[in-house]
Write a protein that binds this ligand. Structure first.
Ligand SMILES: Nc1ncnc2c1ncn2[C@@H]1O[C@H](COP(=O)(O)OP(=O)(O)OP(=O)(O)O)[C@@H](O)[C@H]1O
Ligand SMILES: [Mg+2]
Length: 727
C-alpha cells in the first residue's frame, strides 16, 4: 500500500500541532558579518532544527533563512502529535545550546532560538510543485497562533498554547507565562513555557495520575495469565500476548495482573514509545534501567556502581557482559574495549548478554518480563524478543507482550505461546464502568446509553468522552454527577480523534479517499451505490473494499439482493467524515442524492430519509424539503405521527433559507396542512399547535391569492375549532 503522503489530495481538515522556531538576532549577526560567513554559522543551526523535527516524524513546511515552520500530525496523522512537537522542540533547543557553546568556544557570538507551538484544526492543501514534488500548506488560524507563540517565547525557550498544554500535561512540565491578547481571538490566550520532561511516559500512567477507573470485566484474560504464570513458575516458560485495538485495555490488564502476580516474582518492565522505532534498543534500555534501578538522578559513577554491583552479586561469570551493558546505558569507559568490534558481532553479543542475565536471574526466582506496544518497537528490541522467545521454553520466565492488531510476529506456532484477543467491553462491563465514572443517577441513563453507543465499549473512548463532557460543561460534579447543560452534540474528544485519524492515514491514498466517500454514504451502504458514487472500475473498487475489510474498517454484511457494507466503528466514520473539506462534502452528498435517485428510479420509498439527509447536507434545500415531506407522508401512512411531524417541521425549517416567493409559500402551505393534520391525530385536534399550523397556512394562502389552498386551510381550521369547542 502506498502511504497517503505520496498522492495528491485536494485538501483535508486535520488536527495538527504546528511549530515555529526562529533564530534570534540573526539579522544583527548578518549585519556584522560577511554574508557568506554568517551563513556558515546559521546553516548548521538550521540543519539541527530540521533534524530535530524529522526525528519525531514532523513535516517541515517551510524553512526560511533563519527559521522553520513544521507540522506534526500532517500529512500523516500521528496519535500523539502534540507530544512529538514538544519532544522535537526540546531537542531543538538542546542541540542549538550545544552548538552555541561550540561557537562561543571559538570566540563567536552564541546563537539562540525561540519556539512557539499550538494544537488545533487546519485545512491542509497539497500543491504540485513539479518533478513529482508535493508541498503541503496548512491554512488556518491554528498555525498563526503558533507563530504568535514563537514571538512571545522568551529567548532560548519554548512557548505553547493551552490547547497543547492540555494534551501534554504530565508528559512535560510547564510554567505559566500569563495571558495575552492575540489578534483575531476574542479572549486573551494563555501562554505556557515548556520547561522540560514531566514524570509521566505512558497514557496509562497519565490515567493513573488522574485516578484509574474501577477495573471491570476481563476475568477470562486474568485467569489465562495466571495459568501462564503457574506454568512459568514450574519451569515451563510462557509467552502471553494481549492483542487489541488502541484503548481497549491492554496496558490496564497488565497493570492489574502485575499487581496480583508480583508476589515471589521479579517483574521487569520495558517501556516503548510511539516514536520509538527510530531509537535502537529503547525498550531494552528501559528494561535494564528497571532491573538495575537506575534513575535519572544517577550520575555516571553511580550508574556504573549499580550495574557492576548487581552483576557481581548475580553471577561473577557474567562479568564479561559489563562492557555491553555500559554501552547501552551510555556509561563511558576509558579505552573502550568494544571500540574495535564489528557492529554485527557487537549486536549479537549485546542481545546475548541480556538474555543470559535474564535467564540467570530466573534461577533465583520466577521472572516476568513485560514488553508493551510491540507495534512501535525497533529492530534491535525485536531481535531480543525473538531470541528470548527461542530460549525461555524451559526457564522460569513469563513473557508478557501486548500489541495492536497490525503487528505481526513469528511465535504463533510455539506451544508455549498464548494469545488473548481483547475485545471492547461488553454491555454489562461498559455499564459498570460508567457507573464507576458517573454514579447511578437515573437522569444520566440516556447519556450513558449514548456514550456506550458511540464508543462501542472501548474503555479509553468512554473515559475520554466522559472527560470531554465535563470539560464542555455538560456534566458537573458536586458530590454527585448531574447534567448541567442540555446536551446538543457529542463532539469526538481530541485524543480519540487523533487515534482514529492516524489509523485512517495509514491507508493508501486511494483507499483513504474511498473511505471518506463511504463516510458520506452513512454507516451502511450498498455495493451498487458505492460503485456509482465512487466512480471507479469494478475491479479497482473490489480490491479497495477488500483492503478496507482486511484492515477492519468496514464489514461486509449479508443482504439481498445486493452486497452491503457497514463501518466497523461509527466513530471511524465520523472522523473520516470530518476530515473532508466542507465544499467537497457538499459535492459528495449531492452526488449521493443523484445516484440514489438514478439507481432506484421510481421506487424511492425506501430511500426517502437518505435522500432528505444527502440533499440537506448538500445545501439543495428544495429537494431536501421535498423528500422530507414525502418521508413525512409515508410516516402518516404508517401511523407514525410523531415522526411525521418531525419531518414536516424539519422541512419547514429548511424552507426559511429560500427566498420568500410564491413557490416557497405553496410548499409551506402544503407542509403546514400536513403538519396540522398529523398534530391533530397525535395530540388531539383541539390543540393550540394545530390551530397555529392551519392559521399560518390560511395567512399564506391569502397572501398568494390561492383559493384552493385557502379552502383546504379553512377546512383544517374549522376542524380544529369544532373540536376545540370554539365554534
Ligand atoms: N477493564 C477495564 N476497566 C476499567 N477501566 C479500563 C479497563 N480497561 C481499560 N481501562 C481504562 O481505559 C484506558 C485505556 O486502557 P489502556 O491504556 O490499557 O489501553 P491500551 O489497549 O493499552 O491502548 P493502547 O493500544 O493505546 O496502548 C485506561 O485509562 C484504562 O484505565
Ligand atoms: Mg497500552
Amino acid at each position: 500500500m502506498r502511504p497517503s503522503s505520496d498522492a495528491p489530495l485536494d485538501g483535508e481538515r486535520k488536527t495538527v500541532t504546528a511549530l515555529f522556531a526562529d533564530i534570534k538576532g540573526s539579522m544583527e549577526l548578518m549585519e556584522d558579518l560577511d554574508p557568506e560567513e554568517a551563513r556558515m554559522i546559521v546553516d548548521p543551526a538550521l540543519k539541527l532544527m530540521i533534524e530535530a523535527i524529522h526525528r519525531y516524524n514532523g513535516y517541515v513546511v517551510q524553512s526560511t533563512g533563519d527559521g522553520i515552520f513544521a507540522l506534526f500530525g500532517a500529512p500523516i496523522a500521528h496519535e500523539d502529535h502534540p507530544q512529538r512537537a514538544l519532544y522535537a522542540a526540546l531537542r531543538l533547543q538542546e542541540q542549538l545550546g550545544r552548538y552555541s557553546n561550540q561557537l562561543r568556544s571559538h570566540g563567536r557570538l552564541p546563537l539562540q532560538a525561540r519556539a512557539g507551538i499550538n494544537t488545533g484544526e487546519v485545512v491542509v492543501r497539497s500543491l504540485q510543485t513539479g518533478a513529482g514534488h508535493t508541498e503541503y500548506t496548512p491554512i488556518g488560524h491554528s498555525t498563526s497562533l503558533a507563530a504568535r507563540m514563537q514571538a512571545l517565547a522568551p529567548v532560548g525557550s519554548i512557548a505553547a498554547t493551552d490547547a497543547t498544554r492540555k494534551s501534554c500535561e504530565g508528559y512535560f512540565t510547564f510554567k505559566s507565562l500569563g495571558r495575552t491578547v492575540v489578534k483575531g481571538v476574542s479572549e486573551p490566550v494563555e501562554v505556557h513555557e515548556v520547561v522540560g520532561l514531566g514524570p509521566l511516559r505512558t497514557r496509562l500512567q497519565r490515567a493513573a495520575s488522574r485516578g484509574l477507573t474501577k477495573f471491570v470485566g476481563r476475568e477470562r484474560e486474568l485467569t489465562a495469565m495466571k495459568e501462564g504464570l503457574e506454568l512459568a513458575r514450574a519451569g515451563h516458560g510462557q509467552i502471553v500476548a494481549a492483542v487489541g485495538e488502541p484503548g481497549v485495555g491492554k496496558s490496564r490488564l497488565f497493570y492489574e495482573f502485575k499487581a496480583i502476580a508480583q508476589h515471589n516474582c521479579l517483574v521487569l518492565d520495558a517501556l516503548s514509545v510511539s516514536h520509538g522505532k527510530a531509537s535502537a534498543y529503547l525498550p531494552v534500555i528501559e528494561l535494564l534501567k528497571d532491573y538495575f534501578q537506575i534513575t535519572s538522578d544517577d550520575d555516571e559513577r553511580r550508574r556504573r556502581e549499580k550495574v557492576a554491583g548487581k552483576i557481581m552479586i548475580l553471577d561473577r561469570t557474567l562479568e564479561d557482559s559489563l562492557p555491553y551493558l555500559y554501552a547501552l546505558l551510555e556509561i563511558q569507559e576509558e579505552n573502550n574495549p568494544l571500540g574495535q568490534i564489528d557492529t554485527q558481532v557487537k549486536r549479537r553479543r549485546t542481545l546475548d548478554t541480556i538474555k543470559r542475565i535474564l535467564l540467570r536471574e530466573s534461577l533465583n526466582q520466577p521472572l516476568i518480563v513485560v514488553f508493551e506496544d510491540l507495534h512501535w518497537i525497533d529492530g534491535e528490541t525485536q531481535a531480543l524478543l525473538n531470541l528470548l522467545a527461542d530460549t525461555i521454553a524451559n526457564a522460569r520466565v513469563l513473557m508478557l507482550v501486548n500489541y495492536r492488531p497490525e503487528y505481526r510476529h513469528e511465535w504463533g506456532s510455539r506451544t508455549y505461546y498464548v494469545q488473548l484477543r481483547l475485545d471492547p467491553l461488553g454491555p454489562e462491563s461498559a455499564a459498570q464502568m460508567l457507573m464507576a465514572l458517573l454514579g447511578e443517577s437515573a437522569a444520566l441513563e440516556p447519556l450513558k446509553r449514548l456514550i456506550i453507543d458511540k464508543t462501542e465499549g472501548n474503555p479509553f473512548f468512554m473515559e475520554e468522552m466522559v472527560q470531554a463532557l465535563f470539560e464542555q460543561g455538560v456534566l458537573a460534579r458536586n458530590g454527585v454527577v448531574t447534567i448541567a447543560k442540555p446536551f446538543t452534540e457529542a463532539r469526538i474528544p481530541a485524543t480519540v480523534q487523533d487515534i482514529l485519524a492516524s489509523r485512517i492515514d495509514r491507508l493508501g491514498a486511494d483507499e483513504k479517499a474511498l473511505l471518506q466517500t463511504l463516510a458520506i454514504l452513512g454507516k451502511e451502504f450498498s455495493l451498487g451505490l458505492i460503485s456509482r458514487v465512487a466512480g471507479q472500475s469494478e475491479a479497482e473498487l473490489e480490491r479497495m473494499l477488500s483492503d478496507l475489510q482486511l484492515a477492519e474498517f468496514i464489514y461486509e454484511q449479508p443482504a439481498f439482493p445486493e452486497v452491503e457494507y457497514t463501518f466497523k466503528h461509527a466513530l471511524t466514520q465520523e472522523v473520516a467524515y470530518n476530515s473532508i473539506l466542507s465544499e467537497r462534502r457538499k459535492q459528495l452528498h449531492e452526488r449521493a442524492g443523484h445516484e440514489i435517485e438514478a439507481l432506484f428510479g421510481s421506487q424511492l420509498e425506501n430511500h426517502l430519509n437518505d435522500l432528505a439527509h444527502h440533499y440537506s447536507r448538500s445545501g439543495n434545500t428544495p429537494k431536501a424539503a421535498e423528500y422530507l415531506r414525502r418521508a413525512g407522508e409515508q410516516m402518516i401512512e404508517r401511523s407514525a405521527n410523531p415522526e411525521a411531524i418531525a419531518h414536516f417541521t424539519a422541512a419547514l425549517e429548511l424552507l426559511k433559507a429560500l427566498p420568500e416567493d410564491r413557490e416557497r409559500a405553496q410548499q409551506e402551505i402544503g407542509l403546514e396542512l400536513l403538519r396540522g393534520g398529523a398534530l391533530g391525530v397525535a395530540k388531539g385536534p383541539g390543540e393550540l399547535e394545530v390551530k397555529r399550523a392551519f392559521s399560518r397556512a390560511r395567512e399564506l394562502a391569502i397572501q398568494i391569492n390561492d383559493d384552493t389552498l385557502l379552502f383546504q386551510a379553512l377546512a383544517g381550521f374549522w376542524y380544529h375549532h369544532q373540536l376545540a369547542g370554539e365554534v
